[in-house]
Write a new protein. Structure first.
Length: 253
């Protein structure tokens, strides 16, 4: 079976203290998840986090960390990931804000490429997680296309299926496009309201083309299929259970 992780950002309201995190990890493992992505949780020492994960039999699939941490606390970040036995970290996105141009995005690429070798030499790969703003054209090019084309090959790409669709892109096509550079993917589904607004929902209950997405993940060499839901109607724990059940039983993962 494929490795499936729960993005703990989904449970952020239940992961504010080390005790909360321990309880949430217990519940996640009981559902049947193989691992977690550490993002949006409260402060916890890496050694305590590792103890919780080992105690539950969970792996740390990946983390999200800030660009500032990567640039100004690299050694601490590397040591933390060694303790967690985690090979992948990523920033949760970037925006040049006032300089929405090729040059503005290019300046970020230069900064991030400078970090790639430092982390790769330490056994930790840094990545980029997309939202939908990377589909707002910058002088005739989608920023996500520019990033894929110009970021160092050592930078992995964490495609988020919901946000690609939200931006008008094809999640499966983007996953295939970064084959070999996508060890972790964010599985997130989308539905629509009668008022024509996009809405997040449980994996397999929305309108994304999951047979194609799963096929693309197999082609691209995805290792971790990470379930995330930023918001929605269902209780966060029930949401993770529903998504996992659909992925195992309906999608054959």
């Amino acid at each position: 079976m494929a490795l499936i992780a729960a993005q703990l950002y989904t449970l952020r309201e239940f992961c504010k203290t080390p005790a909360d995190i321990a309880t949430s990890c217990y519940r996640v493992k009981k559902m049947g998840y193989d691992g977690v992505q550490l993002s949006g949780i409260g402060a916890i020492e890496p050694t305590e986090m590792r103890k919780i994960l080992d105690g539950e039999g969970l792996l740390c699939a990946a983390t999200h960390r800030s660009l500032d941490q990567m640039e100004n606390a690299a050694e601490e970040l590397i040591e933390e990931h060694h303790i967690l036995d985690c090979k992948y970290t990523a920033i949760g996105g970037f925006s040049p804000k006032e300089d929405w141009t090729r040059a503005g995005w290019g300046a970020f690429v230069t900064r991030y490429n400078a970090l790639a070798a430092k982390f790769a030499d330490a056994g930790l790969r840094i990545g980029y997680h997309n939202h939908s703003h990377e589909f707002a054209p910058a002088e005739g090019i989608r920023p996500l296309d520019l990033l894929i084309n110009t970021l160092d090959e050592r930078v992995w790409i964490e495609i988020d299926t919901y946000w690609v669709a939200h931006g008008g892109g094809d999640p499966a096509a983007y996953i295939e496009r970064v084959a070999g550079r996508i060890p972790c993917v964010h599985f997130k589904d989308m539905t629509i309201t009668p008022q024509r607004t996009h809405k997040m929902c449980e994996i397999g209950d929305g309108n994304l083309n999951w047979p194609r997405i799963v096929q693309a993940c197999r082609y691209a060499g995805v290792i971790w299929h990470i379930v995330e839901r930023d918001s929605g109607d269902m209780d966060a724990f029930d949401s993770l259970q529903r998504s996992l059940d659909n992925m195992r039983e309906k999608m054959g993962l």
